[in-house]
Design a protein around this ligand. Structure first.
Ligand code: GLA
Length: 442
């Protein structure tokens, strides 16, 4: 991860923010204050206070009927029925983005076999934009994107891939480029005209904005643009988007930024891979086709973890039904990294059409078992060893919803081999900071 580019703005404020900050209309305390201004000597209207309340209620319903269609549209864009897969510039390149880089990366998605493995979206993260013109239109960096964004989108599409872009719900992005606050519909129309297929929408410089309201405006803007655009919310889990974003976005970040290391945290809020995994516990029921928890983009291949750790990272993202957005330099990746990112058996778990996010079903100190149900009724299982030494880890059938007497076929998804038939449990030696990933099929 490129720490110099890390946002300073936004985090502290947003993490401490209460849903009532800056919006008295949704604040119960504010309502109490409002009521207290009614004088006790107010003369009750005909029909009494109850009659007045009924009239006000009827008026409110009428107003909602008139105004609701424009502002309360459910997401329902038919996209991301399985977690989005692609590549994003941020984790490796930070602000150092250009049309040349993005084109080379699109070429590499195809030549490396990533496209065949299911990766689709090529997403330019922060720093492509520099200003707005006098009419408020967003302007791309002309030095770095000399032919403009439409031409770049056309190039990406010519490779059979999809084009993703980045903006922010606040007044500025995390690198203080112009945000979309106040320009949501105009920006959405512009993206559609450029052929954008995916929007990552960040949360820096949001001041006292309400998150659900702010993200809903851009959802509505994208809808009105008429182009199907995957909407990726990036408010770092700070206002629990899993509780409100199901009909706002196709995916929402559930934590702060990932850092390319096994564990630990940074002062600015970045988290090691395993800390991010811990924060997913309990979120599984909020995900499903069209609306996913997003534990952040992949760091596989960026050099801060061992290949064993990257294998664990990738396997856990698949069990979590997480978006698989590669973040490494695809032009120069080693074969071992390519083999991790293109393991079709693991990707099939991530993309299972049932769309049920997995969960931690067993924890014994540093040894854990994660599992998810698949559409064909079988289970995908990750045996995870967080300790410093190799260890034996077992999955019990009863922990994955199977009776102990069941005989089931176990297949190892990294060895690409059947392990055999097992009754009651399956146990394997797992390397330090590694996983064994299997399917268990009755
Ligand atoms: C935030 C996001 C990152 C990245 C940067 C760009 O930190 O969480 O994923 O988009 O902004 O500035």
């Amino acid at each position: 991860m490129v720490s110099p580019h890390r946002p300073v703005l936004g985090y502290a404020g947003s993490l401490r923010r209460s849903p009532c900050d800056g919006d008295r209309a949704i604040c119960p305390e504010a309502k109490r204050v409002d009521r207290s201004v009614c004088s006790p000597s107010t003369v009750p209207p005909p029909g009494g206070t109850k009659g007045l309340l009924m009239k006000r209620f009827a008026l409110l319903i009428a107003l909602l009927a008139v105004f609701a269609p424009a502002s309360m549209v459910a997401l329902d864009n038919g996209l991301a029925k399985t977690p989005p897969m692609g590549w994003n510039s941020w984790n490796k390149f930070g602000c150092d983005v250009s049309a040349d880089l993005i084109k080379q990366m699109a070429d590499a998605v195809v030549s490396s076999g990533m496209k065949d493995a299911g990766y689709q979206y090529v997403v330019i993260d922060d720093c492509w934009q520099v200003s707005r013109d006098k009419d408020g239109n967003i302007i791309a960096d002309a030095k770095r994107f000399p032919e403009g964004m439409k031409a770049l989108g056309d190039y990406i599409h010519s490779k059979g891939l999809k084009f993703g872009i980045y903006s922010d719900a606040g007044t500025g992005t995390c690198q203080n480029r112009p945000g979309s606050r106040g320009y949501e519909f105009q920006d959405a129309r512009q993206y559609a005209a450029w052929g954008v297929d995916y929007l990552k929408y960040d949360w820096c410089n949001h001041s006292t904005q309400d998150s659900a309201a702010s993200y809903s405006i851009m959802r509505d803007g994208l809808k009105q643009s008429g182009r199907p655009i995957v909407f990726s919310l990036c408010e770092w889990g700070s206002t629990k988007p899993w509780l409100w974003a199901g009909d706002v976005g196709n995916l929402w970040r559930s934590t702060g930024d990932i850092v390319d290391k096994w564990e630990g945290s940074e002062k600015w809020g970045g988290l090691g891979m395993i800390q991010i995994v811990d924060l997913q516990v309990g979120l599984e029921s909020y995900a499903g086709p069209g609306h996913w928890n997003d534990p952040d983009m992949l760091e596989v291949g960026n050099g801060g973890m061992t290949n064993t750790e990257y294998q664990a990272h990738f396997s856990l993202w698949a069990i979590l039904a997480a978006p698989l957005m590669a973040g490494n330099d695809l032009r120069t990746m080693a074969p071992a990294i390519r083999d991790i990112l293109t393991n079709k058996e693991v990707i099939a778990i991530d993309q299972d059409p049932l769309g049920r996010e997995g969960r931690r079903v067993h924890k014994d100190g540093d040894l854990e078992v994660w599992a998810r149900q698949l559409k064909d009724g079988s289970r995908a299982v990750v045996l995870l060893n967080r300790s410093k030494d190799e260890a034996e880890v077992a999955v019990n059938w009863e922990d994955i919803g199977f009776p102990a007497h069941l005989s089931a076929a176990v297949r190892d998804l990294w060895k690409h081999a059947e392990a055999g038939k097992f009754t009651g449990l399956y146990s394997a030696k797992v390397a330090s900071h590694g996983v064994v990933m299997v399917t268990v099929k009755p």
